[in-house]
Ligand binder design. Sequence first.
Ligand code: HEM
Length: 241
Amino acid sequence: MSTPRFQLRSSIGKKLLNGLTGVLLLLFIVAHLAGNLTIFVGKDALNAYAATTHSLGPLLIVIELGLAAVFLVHAGSAISVWRDNQAARDTRYMVSKSKGAASKQTVASRTMIITGLVLLAFLILHLWQFRFGPTTPAYQTTLPGHAGEVWNLHLIVVETFKNPIWTALYVVVMILLGFHLRHGFWSAFQSIGALNPKLRPIAFSAGVVFAIVIAVGFLLLPIFVYLAPDPNAGVLGLVKP
Ligand code: HEM
């Protein structure tokens, strides 16, 4: 049987793991948004970005497997901590009912498990749509300065977001992503012990800014593709049919 001390240690270990993987995912999300923003330059810019990452070959596979492991450990540790908290809450409730202390929780912090699970489900759908999207000859194109043909990822993105249902779904998920990041940002740094009383309020406010920038940055893309008469031309395609 495990001692309370061991349980405490393992619960701290899970939070640390969740925080470390959370920080790595924050870095990934920033890099991913930067790559996505190339669509505002135009078709060739997005396809060149995809061609560059895919030219990494086996190294890309290694990076992707590492990323998948980080996602799984992040989700697994979060679910485990949530279950521990639920069990602890039930026990506390049986021993003594609420002492009426003021709660510092936010909507974002209380819904982390829900927004996290939605993001996990979204990720499976998302990878199927884009990472493992069609590669038939119809989805190959030329790229200035490149010999031969490259994958026309831009066409897949445009076909997806010209459909209002996909655009609406992505907008909703990106808003949920914003909620997840609003709490997740500062909580990740808190869990790895990077915050002191002075830094904590700064990280808390930075989390709000970060969440808004990332969510708005991501959701602009489907809206842009849906509205632009000619998304191939990037932002110019908003005015030039
Ligand atoms: C509007 C929002 C988003 C759009 C349009 C978008 C678009 C894309 C595209 C086009 C790819 C394929 C890249 C390639 O194969 O070269 C991709 C891959 C990926 N996306 Fe997103 N993405 C969005 C949001 C997200 C979010 C919120 C997450 C994480 C929670 C995410 C996680 C991933 C992952 C893990 C990959 C695979 C990366 C790889 O294996 O190289 N995406 N996304």
